[in-house]
Ligand binder design. Sequence first.
Ligand code: ZN
Ligand code: ZN
Length: 366
Amino acid sequence: MRAAVLTEINKPLEILDLEQEGPKAGEARVQVKATGVCLSDWHVMNGDWPFPLPFVPGHEAAGVVVEVGEGVTGVKPGQHVIFSFRPNCGHCRYCSRGRSVLCNGHDDTPRFRMHDGTARLKLNGEPVNQMARIGTFSEHVVCPAEQLVPVREDLPWAWAAIIGCSVATGVGSVIRHAKVEAGSTVLVIGCGGVGLNVVQGAKLAGASTIIGVDLKDNKLEFAKHFGATHTINAQKSNNVIEEIRDLTGGLGVDYAFDAIGSQQTALQVVDAIAPGGHAVFIGMPKVDEVAPINAFQMVFREKQLTGAYYGSVHPAADLPVLADMAMAGRLNLDDLISRTYKFEEINEGFELLLKGDVARGVIMMD
Ligand code: ZN
Ligand code: ZN
């Protein structure tokens, strides 16, 4: 059983043979078919988000259920599933209110171990941790069955994988979290895997103006392809905020999404919204990132600022909906997947992601 393991911060992943225990009660084993290369993995690999090593990253994936442990009723062998990187205990305060992204039903054990606190992966007899209890850079994954969402079998594997993170986060932020109305003006800063899905989501919601901002012209071309009506290269612009106001009758946008997660972009989305507008942080910052917001403007202009994690989706209900929308041609996932890799090419996948040359890269495990 091979997995791509992080054994040291800022070192390439190593594909190693690991021992894997079968699923215990409430768990399942899944053969991974496709797994996306996401900046959240990189945050772990470069130490922005510290986790105990050795560690298997990977959280945007899909596969086939191979076996299930005692008491599992939600999935069965042979079923196609998308991994959710959030738990879904089903009975905590948040799950009960339909906000399973905030599930705290398993907060008594580390989120890189199974619910009994032990690991299913071992390297030379020592436990190996799994990102978000899944760690999908692995040929097989044993994980809590509650993190597996069954999906239709005609869904291509690469599509299924990216629905599990970038599509859910981007489209979900627009339609589930901010609830953008038809005719709205929308800004997204950062036109990578998540940002392009904000653009797609805004188009789906009927936004009249969709402005994409990035530092790279190739990403702005992607944004136009996915429905952006205007683009701004922040490196070439003298004043990004002025340009946004010029495109929106001097007001600013109704909705602005920060798909990067830095102090600068956080301040930009708050500045860029019109009076009464809504700024949303969706890109994951470093754990200690702060941004000094002008509090006066928040009151005087009735601005709203919120954070959306995982697009505020309810994975069990929403991932199959996103699959249906993709299969009906209402989300363009083929053009989003600009590169596929073999498992052995995983480190190249991160190099290209950091260079900004790909919309989304996906590792095909077959
Ligand atoms: Zn991700
Ligand atoms: Zn819960």
